[in-house]
Design a protein around this ligand. Structure first.
Ligand SMILES: [Mg+2]
Length: 134
């Protein structure tokens, strides 16, 4: 049985351009996270991550917000989360039209995330090496 994916998420995926992209997790990576808020509000921006994204965009890198907030088949919830994220991006001084996704694809070359564990290619061993930039 295939997983139901919101139409808007499919649209973003199908209409993607073919450039490599950097995924940036939201809660706990780009924004402070101290537990889920009942109103779905997002924590304070993490300045170093905001600066990184601005630098990437200034250097014509493609950046997507990669967040489980939009990993829902409920279109009302999906739309609500996208609106919350876009408002937050604007408040953080970032482009509010940044792509937002929960889908990893072949063009994702980096993922910045507070939960990810990096392994050395083809070994399963943990890597402490810095991530190469695109
Ligand atoms: Mg996180």
């Amino acid at each position: 049985m295939s997983q139901e994916i919101p139409d808007m998420a499919i649209w973003e995926y199908v209409e993607d351009d073919d450039r490599a992209w950097i995924g940036v997790d939201l809660d706990g990576t780009l924004a402070e996270y101290h537990g889920w808020r009942d109103d779905g509000g997002i924590g304070k921006p993490v300045p170093i991550m905001v600066t990184r994204i601005k630098d990437w965009l200034a250097n014509d890198k493609r950046v997507k917000i990669m967040t489980a907030r939009v990993a829902t088949p409920n279109m009302d919830e999906y739309g609500k989360q996208v609106a919350i994220i876009r408002d937050w991006l604007k408040g953080a001084g970032l482009p509010e039209d940044l792509e937002i996704t929960c889908i990893k694809d072949m063009r994702m070359v980096e993922l910045w995330d507070d939960r990810a564990v990096r392994v050395i290619l083809n070994t399963g061993r943990i890597s402490h090496l810095p991530t190469p930039s695109i």
